[in-house]
Write a protein that binds this ligand. Structure first.
Ligand code: DGL
Length: 281
C-alpha cells in the first residue's frame, strides 16, 4: 500500500511501538487510562534489542514500524521505546510525517517524563538510567535543559538490565549484582540526585531491586503512568486527533518474531493472555 492509500484512511486505532515486549509496561498504563480506545501494539522482537544499535539503524527500523502501523490504519503512534524515542522520533516527525500524512502524529516517551521532574526534585539533581543508546544520545539531558535549565542531569547506561528482564532473570539473586553496580556508579557521580528516571521500558520489572539499591529519599519515576496521563491530556487538547481515533476497546498485538513466544512473554508484562499475529516488516 502506498502513502496515498493510507492517507485516505481518516480514522483508526492508536499504535504503540516498541523494539519488543518492554513497551507493554507503557501500553498497560495507557489502556488503563484510556480503555475505550482501539490499540495496535507492534513489537519488533526479531530485531530487538535496539539499545546497542546505531542512530541510522534505530531510525530505519523505527521508520519501518511506524509506516506499518500507519498502513494498519493507526492515526497516532506512540514510540513506547526510549531508544527509538531518543534516536528516531525527531527525524520521523520532521522529515517523514510531512511527506506521509501531515494529519497523523508520532509521539515519544521522553518528553512526558521530563515535564514532571521539576515538580518532584527538591535538590534539582536528576538521574537517568537507560540503554546505551538512550544515555549516549543525551536526549533526557537535552529535553530537561530546554524546560528546566537549572536542573543537573546525570545518566548511567545499564546494558545488562534489559537482558535480565528478557531472560526472566529479573527476580533472581544474580540480578541484584548488576542493579546495585549501576546504581552505585550513578550515585557516586552525583550524590545529590533525589529523582531517578527509569528511562527504559523494561525497568519497571526491576523496580523492587532498583528501590533496594537506591538511597532512601530518592523518588523513582517509572514512565508508564506519566506517558498515559500525558497522552490523555494531549487528546483533550487535540480534539481533531481524538475525532480520528476509533473507540471500540479493541486490541491487536503484532510481532516480527514468533507469535507464541510473544504471547508467553507478554503474560509477564500484562498478567493476561493475549492473541498475537506475526508480521514481516
Ligand atoms: N525498549 C527499549 C528502551 O526502552 C529497551 C529494549 C531495547 O534495547 O530494545 O530503550
Amino acid at each position: 500500500m502506498s502513502c496515498e492509500d493510507f492517507q485516505l484512511q481518516k480514522q483508526g486505532p492508536i499504535g504503540i511501538f516498541d523494539s519488543g515486549y518492554g513497551g507493554l509496561t507503557v501500553f498497560s498504563k495507557i489502556q488503563e487510562r484510556l480503555p475505550e480506545y482501539d490499540f495496535i501494539y507492534l513489537g519488533d522482537n526479531a530485531r530487538a534489542p535496539y539499545g546497542p544499535r546505531s542512530f541510522e539503524v534505530v531510525y530505519q527500523f523505527t521508520r519501518e514500524a511506524v509506516l506499518r502501523l500507519f498502513h494498519e490504519g493507526c492515526q497516532l503512534v506512540i514510540l513506547a521505546c526510549n531508544t527509538a524515542s531518543a534516536k528516531a522520533l525527531r527525524t520521523i516527525q520532521q522529515q517523514d510525517l510531512p511527506q506521509w500524512d501531515s494529519a497523523r502524529r508520532v509521539l515519544g516517551v521522553i518528553r512526558p517524563t521530563t515535564e514532571i521532574v521539576d515538580k518532584i526534585s527538591r535538590t534539582k539533581h536528576v538521574g537517568v538510567v537507560g540503554t546505551v543508546g538512550t544515555i549516549s544520545s543525551k536526549s533526557y539531558s537535552m529535553e530537561i535543559a530546554k524546560l528546566f535549565p537549572h536542573i543537573q542531569v546525570t545518566g548511567e547506561a545499564c546494558p545488562l538490565w534489559v537482558p535480565l528482564v528478557e531472560t526472566g532473570e529479573y527476580n533472581s539473586p544474580g540480578a541484584d549484582y548488576f542493579v546495585k553496580q549501576h546504581l552505585d556508579r550513578l550515585f557516586l557521580k552525583d550524590p545529590q540526585i533525589d529523582t531517578l528516571i527509569l528511562g527504559c521500558t523494561h525497568y519497571p520489572l526491576l523496580l523492587d531491586k532498583i528501590r533496594r539499591y537506591t538511597p532512601t529519599g530518592v523518588t523513582l519515576l517509572p514512565q508508564g503512568e506519566y506517558v498515559a496521563e500525558s497522552l490523555a491530556d494531549y487528546l483533550m487538547r487535540h480534539t481533531e486527533m481524538d475525532a480520528r481515533l476509533t473507540k471500540q476497546s479493541s486490541r491487536r498485538f503484532l510481532t516480527t518474531e514468533s507469535a507464541e513466544k510473544f504471547s508467553e512473554a507478554a503474560a509477564i508484562f500484562l498478567q493476561a493472555p493475549i492473541t498475537v499475529e506475526r508480521i514481516v516488516l
